[in-house]
Design a protein. Structure first.
Length: 135
């Protein structure tokens, strides 16, 4: 099954292609939520990675910004991951409530992103690399 990356930046798309190609059978890209919904409708997508910058910015509500793509992805059985800058717990909770399966703060290294996306899932949520590591 394929992976859909929703990102507007062609340079970032190129880097993601290099990073993700060894891990997925098919890699597709969309520059907007509208394009992503079209790609999801074509089928064959098992995972969607969304960069916050590709979302419509007509509202400050994170939940409202991701709900359309989260519901479309889940309707076809795809998991969702979002990359979000300046991530705080309130935003994380809103994104999870909107249906995001995985919420990752930006900036993040390419190697760490690949690890989070493609590493075997652990059974113990306490071992999750997504747990806050506040000092």
């Amino acid at each position: 099954a394929g992976m859909l990356v929703v990102d507007r930046n062609p340079i970032v798309r190129g880097m993601m292609r290099t990073l993700f190609a060894p891990h997925v059978l098919e890699l597709r890209f969309a520059a907007s939520v509208e394009e992503a919904l079209d790609e999801l409708a074509k089928g064959g997508i098992a995972r969607v990675l969304i960069d916050e910058a590709a979302l419509e910015a007509d509202t400050d509500d994170p939940k409202a910004r991701v709900e359309p793509i989260a519901s479309a992805a889940h309707a076809v059985g795809a998991t969702t991951t979002i990359l979000w800058p300046n991530l705080d717990e309130r935003t994380r909770a809103a994104l999870e409530a909107a249906g995001m399966d995985q919420v990752i703060g930006k900036p993040i290294s390419g190697a760490r992103l690949v690890q989070l996306l493609f590493a075997t899932k652990r059974r113990n949520p306490g071992d999750s690399p997504l747990v806050s590591r506040a000092a």
